[in-house]
Design a protein around this ligand. Structure first.
Ligand SMILES: [Zn+2]
Length: 578
């Protein structure tokens, strides 16, 4: 490819709406162009990267025994009603109507479609196990699309679905996919951690996420991990052992009584006023889960993890209640307490969920729905309403200990690029997707699903591989392997040597760009760094002595070598791509 012919426009500045590195770099280097909010054109350079990621994914999925198909982007409402997701999916599901007024949606995922295919085709246990996948655009109508390709509305995804006759079969395929995923991300030049995204304690569904570890702003999830054992989990699902703390207030409170606690709206104010550690305060927080209030009880030095609370409450949607909603709830129950004085008493008819650690608390302090008052020396069972529902709803924090081995947990940021999920019969049962066993009895399929964000993986690669000058693509997914830069295109010898190397590399199957533009060397070097070619060969003044400059983008290393050696190095490097 001649740079003068390349359909690319680099920008002088980062786009003003870009918040994270991959968005900034990909937009500025001409890889993507925004069409509308969260929807991007993949320009020729980007498309080359995406095709390479896809190729790696295809090769490894095929090698793992999965078969590729392609399902439609548009899906009928009826299938989504069968699974029950038409109602629960919410606004992320982009719904539309055709000319006959039939309701449809743009596929955000394809469990319903694949299950409908399976129930038509897989009639017997003899036809399983089978794993089917596709690579396709998906659409999710995110509330706030941002971060470029990392959280767009339209994106390219590989989604796979496995069908088995037993849990053991599913376990085996799950492991098979986990290994394939490790190879895929490794080949893409990405350092990933496979983290639990379910505590496993609740039983049922199990899932793992593959996270690219990055310290950039795009790291959206905290990943807690142990250096002593293999424990690692997303903050949504991480569990921990707590450091020791005073959880019995016996030394502070001789008796159970209501005390005045004027103007103690915050935990800090209350613990200071009573001169007690915050670990002796039981905090009551009001959330709205699926439009209904839920009270979460937790030790006051700790925070609630909202996803855990939502799961414990069996909901699909959660947010903290507004002060107006709290006031309304107070009024409804006949109280008039300001936030800071809320408590579980008198709230018996709404869902109350207490964190597991609350069980250990004794002689503690709790709100009683009366402004400027708290109950001190309180105990479960006796002084507050009976709590039926205990669950782990606590956010793991720095300083907590590994739930497996007790050593300190570490935390880092990660970007999710893939996930694997044991679905079991979640779709096959409601959709009545069944097969006949050896004895002619029907059973629903045991399913798994396995996703990889293709465009997300490419963006995560930029997050993980860049410097202030631009992208440093891993060789395996770079749009081109090497750029040859003649410093002065009017210099005959420079052009002659550059062109000769270009021809030789092309012939050897190397993806090479010749920067034949009549531009200053500085401009060409800047573009080369920004676009992120893994190698750069510069034909400048030293060609007179028989040398060119060979630069490795990743390390910044520069070597003076003969044109033959430069060509040889590149051919070898490309031949060694996994
Ligand atoms: Zn551990």
């Amino acid at each position: 490819m001649k740079m003068s012919k390349m359909f690319v426009q680099t920008l002088r500045e980062f786009p003003s709406d870009a918040e994270v590195v991959s968005h900034k770099m990909l937009a500025r280097a001409g890889y993507i162009r925004k069409l509308t909010s969260g929807v991007y054109n993949y320009m020729p350079l980007m498309w080359r990267v995406l095709k390479k990621v896809e190729k790696i994914v295809r090769e490894e999925m095929d090698k793992a025994g999965a078969q590729e198909l392609l399902m439609p982007f548009v899906q009928p409402k009826e299938l989504w009603e069968e699974s029950g997701r038409w109602e629960v999916y919410g606004k992320e599901l982009m719904r539309l109507r055709d000319r006959h007024d039939r309701e449809m949606c743009l596929g955000p995922t394809h469990e319903e479609v694949i299950t409908s295919i399976a129930r038509d085709v897989i009639k017997s246990y003899k036809q399983m196990p089978v794993n089917l996948y596709q690579i396709q655009s998906k659409f999710r109508d995110e509330v706030r699309p941002r971060y470029g390709l990392l959280r767009g509305r339209e994106f390219i995804m590989k989604d796979a679905y496995s069908f088995d006759t037993s849990e053991e079969g599913l376990d085996k395929e799950y492991q098979n996919m986990a290994e394939a995923y490790k190879r895929i991300f490794d080949r893409c030049g990405l350092d990933t951690k496979m983290v639990q995204s379910d505590s496993g304690a609740i039983g049922g569904s199990v899932s793992h996420e593959f996270m690219v570890i990055t310290d950039t702003d795009a790291g959206e999830n905290d990943v807690f991990y142990c250096n002593n054992c293999d424990y690692s989990a997303n903050s949504n699902h991480a569990v921990s052992n707590l450091p020791e703390a005073v959880v019995d207030g016996k030394a502070y409170f001789a008796e159970t009584k209501i005390v005045d606690t004027p103007k103690t709206h915050s935990i800090e104010e209350l613990s200071e006023f009573l001169n007690i550690p915050s670990t002796l305060i039981l905090k009551s927080l009001v959330y709205i889960v699926d439009k209904k209030p839920v009270i979460a009880l937790i030790r006051a030095d700790r925070a609630v993890e909202e996803t855990k609370l939502m799961n414990a409450a069996g909901g699909n949607d959660i947010r903290i209640a507004s002060s107006a909603e709290i006031a309304e709830l107070m009024a409804e129950k006949g109280f008039n307490a300001e936030p800071g004085f809320i408590g579980p008493k008198g709230m018996e008819d709404i869902t109350i969920i207490a964190d597991e650690t609350v069980k250990e608390m004794k002689n503690f302090v709790v709100g009683i729905n009366e402004t400027d008052k708290h109950l001190v020396g309180a105990n479960l069972g006796k002084d507050i309403p009976h709590i039926e529902h205990f669950a782990d709803i606590r956010l793991v924090e720095r300083g907590d200990f590994c739930p497996q081995c007790g050593k300190p947990l570490f935390v880092t940021k990660g970007i999710e690029v893939g996930n694997i999920f044991k679905l079991g019969t979640k779709y096959s049962k409601p959709m009545n997707a069944v097969y006949l066993d050896e004895n002619g009895k029907t059973h629903p399929y045991i399913m798994g699903c396995y996703g990889i964000g293709i465009s997300r993986t490419a963006a995560a690669a930029v997050e993980a591989h860049h410097d202030e000058h631009g992208i440093k693509w891993p060789l395996s997914i770079a749009p081109y392997h090497v750029v040859i830069v003649p410093v002065n295109i009017k210099d005959e010898l420079q052009m002659q040597i550059a062109t000769k190397m270009y021809d030789e590399l092309l012939k050897a199957g190397v993806e090479v760009v010749l920067d034949d533009r009549d531009e200053r060397a500085g401009v060409k070097f800047k573009d080369a760094d920004l676009i992120g070619f893994p190698y750069r060969i510069t034909a400048g003044k030293t060609v007179n002595e028989g040398f060119v400059e060979y630069k490795i983008r990743e390390t910044g290393e520069i070597e003076k070598v003969t044109p033959q050696d430069a060509v040889k190095h590149i051919i070898e490097a490309v031949a060694n791509i996994k």
